[in-house]
Design a protein around this ligand. Structure first.
Ligand SMILES: NC(=O)c1ccc[n+]([C@@H]2O[C@H](COP(=O)([O-])OP(=O)(O)OC[C@H]3O[C@@H](n4cnc5c(N)ncnc54)[C@H](O)[C@@H]3O)[C@@H](O)[C@H]2O)c1
Length: 347
């Protein structure tokens, strides 16, 4: 039985708590939030849960084995560092930390303390994303040429991070998972319409080692909620619409046919293959439930973490480079990585 505490019971924390509460192998003992009214609400929903406004109570409690941190990004490092030092398995919401240096330090500490450090890259636990990974890995769509991802809505405006740091971790973590590699270059442009220095609309481009081109658009300033990813392969194309209730993934049997040989420009013609559209049946499970169970499985040593601290570090490093690019009017920034994920990131 894993004894758990949750720190941060604002908008997102309660979703994690709800899922953890239903898992038999764990007991959620404590809810912590600096706002007493949030704790009163949690105590009304979850009979017997202990509450505290002081993170120190969680850190010092020997009866807590693992902690979920769902506080704003700027506080992740300070809270997670002390939890890990106290020997607690730690789950931190995305993005892992506010800088590469902080994220790398958390990874280093967790490895030194031999505790699980997991990040809330929720979508790698989502059945449609896993199905797309199978389709790519099996060669069904051929080689991936490009991916375009749009995550747009009206609000919620954040005050400490821009929209790339808020919504982008989802797109980036999905794409790193799907491609199994890291980008060589990043560029990003954006506009801060309302809060100086906090962009509410951003567009980033990533280029991967096999030439895959990825564009990610994030916005808090769009009339519609859009969660759409298009993956174009040499043989087939996938459209993933996460706002669809059931049929989230469509596979288009479409591609461009390049003539095998031609002597003159007049002979050169592309042709286009138009085939069927397939909608695979995907058994839906709440990704958060899978994610919460995975955290427990990692603690019991039964599995390798799919969104480990190192995955969190990779995403934070890309986000940090996007900020660098934003501040340099969209300049192309090289990442040291550009390597397959099997290779180690030095921390
Ligand atoms: N995985 C997802 O899909 C997803 C979705 C939304 C948010 N998030 C992440 O969840 C985290 C929290 O976001 P949110 O929207 O719930 O924020 P929020 O501001 O609504 O809630 C944060 C809560 O943390 C509390 N808090 C802040 N500092 C604290 C401290 N030092 N000690 C104790 N309590 C403290 C606040 O009082 C607040 O209740 C962020 O990292 C965000 O990126 C993830």
């Amino acid at each position: 039985m894993v004894r758990i505490a949750i720190i941060g019971c604002g908008y997102w924390g309660p979703n994690l708590l709800r899922n953890l509460w239903t898992i038999p192998d764990c007991e959620v003992r404590t809810a912590c939030d600096s706002k007493p009214e949030r704790l009163e609400h949690m105590a009304r929903l979850y009979a017997g849960i202990r509450t505290t406004t002081d993170v120190g109570d969680v850190i010092d409690d020997p009866e807590i084995d693992a902690v979920v941190v769902a506080t704003p990004v700027h506080s992740h490092f300070g809270i997670a560092k002390n939890l890990i030092k106290a020997g607690k398995h730690t789950f931190v919401e995305k993005p892992l930390a506010a800088s590469t240096a902080e994220a790398a330090e958390l990874v280093r500490l967790s490895e030194e303390q031999n505790v699980v450090l997991m990040v809330g890259h929720t979508f790698v636990y989502s059945p449609p994303v896993r199905r797309m990974k199978e389709l790519i890995d099996s060669g069904t769509i051929g080689e991936v040429l490009y991916i375009s991802s749009r995550r747009l809505n009206l609000g919620l405006f954040q005050t400490d991070i821009n929209v790339a740091w808020d919504l982008g971790p989802h797109d980036i973590s999905i794409i790193l998972y799907l491609l199994g590699s890291e980008p060589c270059t990043v560029s990003c442009q954006g506009v801060d319409h309302f809060n100086t220095g906090i962009e509410d609309v951003t567009t980033m481009s990533l280029v991967f080692p096999r030439g895959e081109f990825v564009s990610i658009q994030n916005s808090w300033l769009d009339p519609r909620k859009i969660r759409e990813m298009t993956i174009v392969g040499t043989e087939k194309m996938i459209v993933y619409d996460d706002t669809e209730p059931i049929e989230k993934v469509r596979i288009y049997d479409k591609h461009v046919c390049v003539p095998p040989h031609y002597d003159t420009y007049a002979e050169f013609h592309f042709s286009y293959h138009y085939g069927d559209i397939a909608i695979p049946y995907i058994q839906m499970v709440e990704p958060l439930k899978v994610e919460a169970q995975h955290f427990l499985d990692c603690i019991s040593g039964g599995t390798t973490c799919m969104s480990s601290g190192r995955e969190g570090l990779r995403v934070v490093e890309i986000l940090e480079r996007t900020t660098e690019s934003l501040r340099a009017d969209g300049a192309l920034i090289s990442l040291n990585a550009g390597v397959s994920r099997e290779e180690e990131v030095r921390v």
